[in-house]
Design a protein around this ligand. Structure first.
Ligand SMILES: Cc1ncc(COP(=O)(O)O)c(C=O)c1O
Length: 398
């Protein structure tokens, strides 16, 4: 097996996504091979010993690593500009490992309160079970981050833009504060996608993805990615993953690896469609709020201009008339389907208050900006005119 001889380091992101990390077998295949194997055999007992001592390069067991998974990790690291990447079975496995791998009893975590429901569960309910306290803050308020810090604070965690309200946090400012107080910053970059926002370049220590979303982008497999410096991965992530076992299946890694080749094409087109849809929604009667990261009236437009190179493929909007009106609207759609997933080639829509954020009280939902009329739309690859026509028909029936 040989590594891709072409040095892709100085090449454009699109080129890196097609070529970086390729390991070619003796058969010289054009498309990366799927190594669907649990383990590997050794030529001798001595080689097995050397491999376990990390003195002999190669693979041992798919819970630790696998050639197809390694290709995905190397390609993603090259794209993100990270020294190292580790893949996991799901996005939540990535979030959990990135945070839990860093903390121990007595430590403290500060996180933005506008989080995806499961991320918030990990911070708010799971960590305290092991003696790790946490404080949730308004992520847009730098003073609140500073006031939440204690001598035990080890990790800052945020999502930007947030799910589902597309709230944007000043990553560089929060990263600077984290450094000042001796904490690390972990950023969930799912909504921005690796194409439109680079948290590591903004000063974050670690970036996590649900690869389930735009990276697969075609609704097939679950996966997660953790990107950071080699030192961070070795200190906090590597052993946690190896010993606790949230490994990605080689098959899922292969799907993600091939999907990376088309990521820029897909995400740029989806974001283009999302901008058309957001602009159309902004002028509609019956909607009280339309949130889209590149809209001029976005509350954090100035931060977006500094830290994002494109918008998102998601649009959030509020239907007047609360839950009943929102349900009538969703049920009136024909092309756009109701689903809690996002980042897909197919446009998907969800009512967060009764699905992804259902387990929170209405007070907590209100503090996260999630009203009963709020709807989250993930814009896909259909023609924008067909999406607008579907939305128009459904809105007329509300
Ligand atoms: C922002 C964010 N982070 C993490 C996740 C979890 O990803 P997964 O479903 O792959 O575990 C999601 C899933 O919706 C998400 O939206």
């Amino acid at each position: 097996m040989s590594a891709n001889p072409g040095d892709v380091a100085g090449l454009h992101p699109e080129t890196r996504l097609v070529h970086a990390g390729t390991l070619r077998s003796q058969f010289g295949e054009t498309s990366e091979a799927l190594f669907l194997t649990q383990g590997h055999v050794y030529d001798s007992a001595e080689q097995a010993e050397a491999r376990f001592l990390n003195k002999d390069p190669g693979f041992q067991y798919a819970r630790f690593s696998n050639p197809t998974v390694a290709m995905l990790e190397a390609r993603m690291a090259a794209f993100e500009g990270a020294e190292a990447c580790r893949a996991t079975a799901t996005g939540m496995a990535a979030v959990t490992a990135a945070i839990m791998g860093q903390v121990r009893q007595g430590d403290h975590v500060v996180a933005a309160r506008a989080l995806f429901g499961s991320c918030r569960y990990v911070v708010e309910e799971h960590l305290p079970r092991y003696g790790v306290t946490s404080t949730l803050v308004d992520g847009t308020d730098l003073v609140a981050w500073r006031e939440a810090v204690t001598p035990q604070t080890k990790v800052f965690f945020l999502e930007s833009p947030s799910n589902p309200t597309l709230e944007v946090i000043d990553i560089a400012a929060v990263a600077a504060l984290a450094k000042e107080v001796g904490a690390t910053l972990v950023v969930d970059n799912v909504f921005a996608t690796p194409l439109f926002q680079r948290p590591l370049q903004l000063g974050a220590d670690c970036v996590v993805y649900s690869a389930t979303k735009h990276i697969d982008g075609q609704g097939r497999c679950l996966g997660g990615l953790i990107l950071a410096s080699q030192a961070f991965i070795e200190a906090h992530v590597q052993t946690f993953l190896r010993q606790t076992g949230p490994a990605i299946s080689p098959f899922n890694a292969w799907v993600m690896l091939k999907a990376l080749e088309t990521l820029p094409l897909r995400v740029r087109q989806q974001a283009h469609n999302a901008a058309i849809v957001a602009e159309w929604l902004a002028g509609r009667p019956g909607l009280s709020r339309v949130i889209f990261p590149c809209a001029r009236n976005h509350p954090q437009a100035e931060i977006i201009a500094r830290q994002m190179t494109g918008p998102s493929t998601l649009v959030a909007f509020e239907v007047e008339g609360g839950k009943e009106a929102a349900f009538r609207f969703l049920n009136g759609l024909k092309l756009i389907r109701i689903s809690n997933n996002l980042g897909d080639a197919k446009s998907l829509i969800v009512h967060p208050a009764t699905t992804t954020h259902q387990r929170f009280s209405s007070e907590i939902r209100a503090s996260m900006g999630i009203s009963d009329g709020l709807i989250r739309l993930s814009v896909g690859l259909e023609h924008a005119d067909d999406l607008v026509a579907d939305l128009e028909r459904a809105l007329a029936g509300v």
